[in-house]
Design a protein around this ligand. Structure first.
Ligand SMILES: O=C(O)CCC(=O)C(=O)O
Length: 286
């Protein structure tokens, strides 16, 4: 049954798209979901240009754009479809309002991979009873899940079958046994992956076993962002964007960068707001 999840619009005032019942079922079953074609060409080009400048000519960007999610790339942070998934799988609604997300930015990195780049390194999965400070948790009760630390992979270029998109071990977020040795081979038929057009997102719980692999397309590079979200009162990664980047965002998007605490009663004793005092301390990526 549908719950009314807040907020209902994103930082740009666009309606947030709730997850369908089928998407919820698939995410819970597999631990990941692919959301193809979320960005059109007009949205994609400025994001791609920004990513390449951020990676290779960072100083040429104005200070408020010197972040993975600065400038044009801020639209990825709370895209209406992604925000709909995050509202369902990681939001703590006690800290959400129409003006404030119930989840928080955790950390990110951008990655530009050319043919031969190899990131094969299976990790995660099997931590079914991890305690909450670990963040790599996955919990469920009838009709509701809490998927712990969440990774949103934005694929800014097309990924074809066999190119080398992220490998995912479906179901391993609930696995009771250690993963078998055969999964140390990237050729194992147990690994699943995806093909998608440019401008797609793949979302998985970090409780899932997953891995990069070799990018093998000689004609097209992989250009991706790997952005993590967490519950408001928990943080896994160290980085936090510079204040001038956060200040340049619309108010609701800024709420992704508030301090890591919960509190109770009314604002400012409960963490349902963002202001310049209630923010993470600037810590560069890396
Ligand atoms: O490189 C990839 O495709 C996956 C990256 C990964 O495993 C991670 O960010 O945890």
């Amino acid at each position: 049954m549908d719950r009314q999840l807040l907020p209902t619009t994103n930082g740009d005032g666009q309606p947030i798209i709730p997850m369908s019942e089928e998407q919820k079922y698939l995410f819970d079953l597999k631990g990941w979901i692919a959301l193809p074609g979320l960005l059109d060409q007009e949205q994609l080009e400025p994001v791609r240009r920004h990513q390449m400048k951020f990676l290779y000519q960072r100083d040429s960007l104005p200070p408020e754009e010197r972040d993975n999610h600065g400038g044009p790339s801020q639209i990825l942070l709370d895209h209406p479809v992604v925000a709909g998934v995050l509202n369902e799988i990681i939001s703590h609604q006690a800290l959400a309002s129409e003006d404030c997300y119930g989840f928080r930015f955790d950390h990110t990195y951008s990655s530009h991979r050319q043919t031969g780049h190899d990131n094969f390194s299976p990790h995660g999965g099997g931590g079914f009873f991890n305690f909450s400070g670990n963040s790599h948790i996955y919990q469920m009760q009838k009709g509701q899940i809490h998927a712990g630390l969440i990774r949103v992979v934005w694929e800014l270029n097309e990924v074809e079958a066999g190119d080398g998109g992220t490998l995912l071990l479906s179901g391993s977020h609930k696995a009771a046994f250690p993963r078998p040795q055969s999964l140390s081979e990237r050729e194992s038929p147990l690994w699943e992956t995806y093909a998608c057009p440019a401008g797609s997102a793949v979302i998985f719980t970090e409780a899932l076993c997953h891995s990069g692999t070799k990018w093998v397309n000689p004609d097209r590079d992989r250009l991706s962002l790997f952005t993590c979200y967490n519950t408001v009162n928990a943080k896994w990664g160290k980085a936090c964007p510079p204040p001038e980047v956060i200040q340049s965002l619309p108010a609701k998007r800024q709420s992704l960068f508030r301090g890591v605490w919960h509190g109770m009663t009314e604002v400012p004793q409960i963490n349902k707001y963002y202001d310049e005092a209630n923010t993470g301390r600037f810590t560069p990526t890396g």
